[in-house]
Write a protein that binds this ligand. Structure first.
Ligand SMILES: [Zn+2]
Ligand SMILES: [Zn+2]
Length: 182
């Protein structure tokens, strides 16, 4: 339990250069929680949250400077990481309009994705779909979508096996246990 929501704490969004924290967008946190549920995540890690004006990764128009953006990686319950494409798709489905895939082409770091609340909170542009690793920007008019019809872990029905309790009697001893469907 974080101090922002069930899964997020303000310390996770602290500026990487100075540790400063600001009030993060409620909408950002709300959508990150929705992604957490949709993807049945073990954890959503914040690679970068707030950036102060001195942060070398920032730019004057950076949504991170306004506390309305996060670069995230998403871990499944089995410990593996979702792809950038998957994160982007989930982000679009929960309503994000500022989305940029961040795949480490060297394969060293887990795939990540930038999300921000532009379009619903004040920003210079109200829509952005991008691929930061390959320097691709789709225009709003292109109708670009990340949605490919992926079924995320949070949408899969819980696997349930039939089982039956059995008791065996043998030589005056009783043995009991669950027999599970294979
Ligand atoms: Zn800083
Ligand atoms: Zn970012």
């Amino acid at each position: 339990m974080g101090n922002l929501s069930t899964h997020f704490d303000s310390s996770e969004f602290a500026c990487s250069c100075c540790g400063k924290t600001v009030k993060m967008s409620d909408l950002l946190i709300d959508r990150l929680e929705k992604m957490h549920k949709l993807m049945a995540a073990k954890a959503i890690y914040i690679n970068s949250g707030y950036r102060c004006n001195n942060n070398p990764w920032g730019s004057p128009t950076d949504a991170h400077r306004r506390g309305m953006a996060a670069d995230i990686r998403v871990q499944r319950k089995d410990g593996s990481y979702y792809t950038s494409e998957d994160i982007a798709e989930a982000a679009e489905r929960v309503g994000f309009k500022g989305i940029g895939m961040m795949e480490d082409l060297s394969g060293i770091n887990p795939p990540a994705c930038h999300v921000d609340t532009r379009g619903d909170e004040p920003y210079i542009y109200d829509w952005w779909h991008g691929d930061e690793s390959r320097h691709i920007d789709w225009t709003k008019d292109s109708g670009h979508t990340f949605i490919r019809g992926t079924v995320f872990d949070g949408e899969k029905p819980a696997t349930q096996k039939n089982s039956v309790k059995v008791t065996l009697e043998f030589d005056d001893h009783q043995y009991s246990g669950l027999l599970e469907e294979m």
